[in-house]
Write a protein that binds this ligand. Structure first.
Ligand code: SAM
Length: 263
């Protein structure tokens, strides 16, 4: 994260009397810690928060939940509405444990499943999920690394970083409700426009909600929705600078980004 962004977050944290809503309650060396891509995904949800609240999602799913930071943020953003049901999956059993601890610590009731993408959920939840959020393993790597155990599964994306992403897309199509939305992190190497074309063939429109460059990568968080439903009014601007964050408007979510150090 850029220094400027860090300091803005610190400033907003200091000025808030009510912080530390998302705490790093559990860590494991084999579990992905929230990073720029996780923050970009949460910022995209915050940027579209009014639309999401108006859409009134009942079932939400995070594929590849890692620490649980994104789902915990989403639940806080949705005002911890007890009528919303959360599902989270991860292929890494240590991530499942960490997500369980994070969500429990924040009072989020959810089903957390150790599985490949959403295997096993399709049977029960086909066409029912209103919000799917994914920060997938997107780094281009040798194909042998895809599906490796532990922390490698967090980033290893195979050719063009697309191997896991391309397997997620049809699952999303199966699970999303008619009004449902997908928010997914990609990087330039993934060829995001090709991903949008693939989704278009399945009947989805798309737009970039957050675009952010870090020292290592150029991130895009893309929102997809079914063509037939149309997108709602755009709330807020697309974020395109490396230091821009929605966080100052939403200081409750800042604690994790500051490595738990609120001072
Ligand atoms: C980049 S990390 C993101 C973690 C978390 N969502 C975040 O934003 O901080 C990707 C996560 O996807 C998980 N993952 C990788 N391949 C998966 C698969 N085939 N099915 C489910 N989860 C997978 C990894 O174990 C890892 O926790």
């Amino acid at each position: 994260m850029a220094d400027e962004q860090r300091s803005r977050i610190r400033t907003s944290t200091k000025s808030s009397s009510s912080i530390a809503q998302i705490r790093l309650v559990s860590q494991h060396p084999e579990v992905y810690e929230p990073c720029d891509d996780s923050f970009a995904l949460v910022d995209a949800l915050l940027a579209d928060r009014t639309n999401i609240l108006n859409m009134r999602p009942r079932f939400c799913l995070e594929v590849g939940s890692g620490s649980g930071y994104v789902t915990a943020s989403l639940a806080i953003m949705l005002n911890q509405d007890s009528s919303v049901h959360y599902f989270a999956t991860d292929i890494n059993p240590h991530a499942v444990e960490t997500t369980t601890a994070t969500l429990a610590a924040h009072g989020v009731h959810s089903e957390i499943i150790c599985t490949d993408i959403a295997s096993g959920l399709e049977r029960h939840l086909s066409g029912m999920i209103d919000l799917i959020v994914v920060n997938p393993p997107y780094v281009p790597t040798p194909s042998e690394e895809v599906g490796c155990e532990g922390i490698t599964a967090s980033w290893a994306g195979g050719e063009d970083g697309r191997v896991v992403i391309d397997r997620i897309l049809p699952v999303v199509n199966e699970l999303l409700s008619e009004k449902g939305w997908l928010y997914m992190v990609t990087v330039t190497e993934n060829n995001p426009s090709q991903i949008c074309s693939m989704m278009r063939k399945m009947g989805y429109e798309s737009r970039i909600v957050v675009r952010r460059s870090t020292a290592e990568e150029s991130l895009h968080v893309i929102k997809f929705w079914r063509e037939a439903t149309g997108d709602v009014k755009h709330e807020g601007k697309v974020s395109s600078s490396s230091s821009y964050s929605w966080l100052p408007q939403f200081p409750l979510l800042s604690f994790f980004r500051n490595n738990g150090n609120s001072s």
